[in-house]
Design a protein around this ligand. Structure first.
Ligand SMILES: Nc1nc2c(ncn2[C@@H]2O[C@H](COP(=O)(O)OP(=O)(O)OP(=O)(O)O)[C@@H](O)[C@H]2O)c(=O)[nH]1
Ligand SMILES: [Mg+2]
Length: 339
């Protein structure tokens, strides 16, 4: 028997929570469907099959009763949500479960063996996965390849060997196991999950400790910093692309081509705005500044309005003395100068 449940509020402390992660279209929901005997949602358009919120299913198994909860976690590089939205969603869920003392018993990270190489999207997901788990929890992680029916065994084996020697190596060194979903059936899928349960220790993830124990905000966590670095890199690439398009426009003598290039330029400009907005939200120096200012506002008695780097400061309580206002202004100016 299976029941859809709320991924945080409906969990109990003795639940065996297994999270499924990996790049978009890696087969996370499909794997869960093998465990639940529910057909994977088939929509008329593939876009509607994307898992864009954290979903949880409680499953009954003779050995574990109804304690097993399978959690379908959305991927980074999801076309329906920004990476920051996905990280916020995962962070919020992990924080809630940690605060309620519910630990993850296992994580199954999926990868399609049909991928010829580890592209940008799988790489991004792998990096974010590493940053949010941290080193200590890897014994409860299973790195699983699927879609073996679609490749020759020797080709799959060579790809798997390359993965384990390169991208997956840090995870394996820290205790992650490597598994294959060779046949698409419930028995094969449960074998992987049960092994994961037996190996897992229900440890907390780095992101949970950072958010709860150290009270860090997202930008200050390893996952937040990793995403911030990626966004800055993406921003550089977008700016370079924009520059090259502008050069092409200048050199173009063809009206149709120029029109196309201008359209492309407009799209890249929009992307640049979106990426820099996301990067700004994760910028630690801005967040520190914001916190300093907020604490200054808490103590303030003056009226100081300033504008620096997009951060509007409005200290608007009743002034007591001009010297207090002067001190406040000096503190803020000094703080800003340090960034
Ligand atoms: N042959 C084969 N097809 C699979 C397997 N796993 C997934 N698929 C197919 O791959 C497609 C994507 O699978 P999903 O389970 O929706 O992937 P997902 O990781 O949940 O994708 P997002 O939610 O969009 O991130 C679907 O059409 C599945 O039927 C597998 O092991 N073998
Ligand atoms: Mg899915």
């Amino acid at each position: 028997m299976t029941t859809n449940i709320h991924p945080a509020w409906d969990l109990r402390q003795d639940d065996i929570v297994i999270a499924f992660m990996g790049p978009p279209k890696a087969g996370k929901s499909f794997f869960i469907s093998l465990l639940t005997d529910h057909p994977v949602r088939q929509a008329r358009h593939w876009l509607w099959n994307i898992t864009s919120a954290i979903e949880a299913i409680r499953v009954s198994r003779p050995k574990y009763g109804d304690r097993i909860v399978l959690v379908d976690v959305p991927s980074f590089d999801d076309i329906r949500r920004t990476d920051l939205e996905v990280l916020k969603m995962i962070g919020k869920w992990l924080k809630k479960t940690y605060e309620r003392d519910i630990k993850l018993s296992g994580i199954i990270y999926l990868h399609r063996i049909t991928d010829r190489r580890v592209g940008a999207s799988p790489l991004k997901n792998l990096r974010m996965f590493g940053a949010l788990c941290g080193d200590v929890t890897m014994t409860s992680v299973s790195m699983v390849t699927n879609m073996w029916q679609k490749v020759k065994p020797e080709v799959g084996a060579a790809r798997e060997a390359e993965l384990t020697a390169t991208f997956w190596k840090p995870f394996i060194v820290n205790g992650a196991s490597v598994e294959r979903l060779v046949t698409n059936d419930s028995t094969a899928a449960w074998r992987i999950v049960e092994q994961c349960i037996q190996r897992g220790g229900g440890e907390s993830l780095l992101l949970q400790e950072e958010l709860v124990e150290f009270e860090r905000n997202l930008g200050e966590t390893a996952a937040g910093k990793t995403l911030h670095t990626m966004l800055l890199r993406a921003l550089d690439n977008q700016k370079e692309l924009l520059e090259s398009l502008r050069v092409k426009i200048e050199e173009s003598n063809d009206a149709t081509l120029t029109k196309e290039l201008r359209k492309e330029c407009g799209e890249i400009e929009q992307e640049i705005i979106r990426t820099s907005e996301e990067a700004k939200k994760l910028d630690v120096s801005r967040q520190t500044l914001k916190r300093t200012i907020l604490s200054a506002i808490g103590k303030s008695t003056g009226v100081v309005c300033s504008f620096f780097g997009g951060v509007k400061l409005a200290l608007t309580s009743h002034p007591r003395s001009p010297s207090t206002v002067r001190d406040m202004s000096r503190t803020i100016t000094d703080t800003m100068a340090k960034i």
